[in-house]
Design a protein around this ligand. Sequence first.
Ligand code: NAP
Length: 462
Amino acid sequence: MANILGTQERPLRVAIVGSGPSGFYAAEALFRSNKNVVVNMVERLPAPYGLVRYGVAPDHQKIKNVIKIYEKTAQNPNFYFLGNVSVGKDVTVEELRLFYDAIVFAYGAEHDRRLGIPGEDLSGSHTATELVGWYNGHPDYCERTFDFSQKVAVVIGQGNVAIDVCRILCKTIDELKDTDIAQHALEALAQSKIEAVHMIGRRGPAQTAFTPVEIREFGELADCDPVVVPQDLELNAASSKELADPQNAKFKKNFDILQQFASRGLGHAGQKRKKLFIHFLRSPLALIGNDRVEKVLLEKNRLVGESSSQKAQGIGEKVELACGLFFRSVGYHGVAMAAVPFEESKGIIPNRGGRIFNGQMMVLGLYAVGWIKRGPTGVIGTNKPDSDETVKHIWEDAPILIPCPRPDTRFLLELLHQKKVRVVNFSDWKKIDAAEIERGKIAEKPREKFVTIREMFSALDG
Ligand code: NAP
């Protein structure tokens, strides 16, 4: 019996938990094998696409075109979408094992890293995830509020998420109004009094985590100038060596763009209303304020260590920066799933090439892809080879996988029905999708997202 999975007589049954890019690339790779495989994608929200829908910035619509590829995968007759089903809550991993021969975890890394500094939880201090989820209409964040009556915002971190946060804060409403930004966000940002955004990196201008396309955009905004102090671009010997290395072309490009910004100076003609100040070699020590954040205490850093592995080290000199809004954007951390091994320090499921391990023991039938496999790094396309690797290992293992005892999606649907879980299938999602696109037409937006699950169900129920 054990060696029939993936054949005409008995398809390999795979559950993919999560419907973001890594999950869809895993589904696509499974179908590409031309073996007999059934893929069921289980998603906590009624809407698919994870970070493409809820993470990619609304003013970066082109990046979202990748959804067309995922839709093609979803049209495979052996694909079934189970939206609004939370694994670990509505159905356990042990229960999924009854209906699937293999389970692929593709649920990303949804928690923010903390800074661990005093005052981090003061009112006015937020995570980048909150703001990103809020402007992207994520049901978990649609109720959040941000005090845009403040004039100064600080963003800690210099990755692409920090860039997104800064750009949304710096853009005019005209630059945002025809995107798929949530209407509540557009209305709140229209009242924004923010004049200065400070993006603060703990290391230097040669170690920035963002990508050139993203930083370059700040030179082209309608009403915001990027400000870089020329002295801040002075490099130590190790950093100069890093930039001279052709393997560090991305960092060199970033540095060149920062130099262009610095050369503009503050007094150039046609100054714009808002400023994005880009700072280096500063770490936050504390947030200070009575009822709410009023300033951030920063320590100046120097870089220590060998070229390409330099770290920030405080030099004891402290500076204060007044601000009324504070965002930390210092990366994400994965969360554990009940009954699945977890490596807390890295926030990932321990795995070797996507095969999940419990210590030295491989857990047969359990796999990981994407951020929960490798940590929160890379762009959307990085997930394709990552998922391919895991799927290759699934097929290698297929002859030894234990066939599940109840190999039919109907059994899972019955279980969910008994538990009173309303499952959103792909054609339900397409109805929600069509309703969002229709709503968007009035305001000439690509779509007007439903920002609560209740609204999505209302759209389905007519
Ligand atoms: P990231 O790229 O890892 O950047 C994290 C930033 O936080 C770095 O500047 C890091 O500095 C800094 N940091 C970490 N711990 C810190 C601390 N304790 N104090 C001060 N600074 C600290 O993470 P991300 O921005 O969250 O992005 C996650 C992934 O999504 C990335 O691969 C990113 O490229 C991708 N993404 C891509 C796009 C796009 O393509 N447009 C958009 C959004 C996100 P160090 O370098 O010193 O560690």
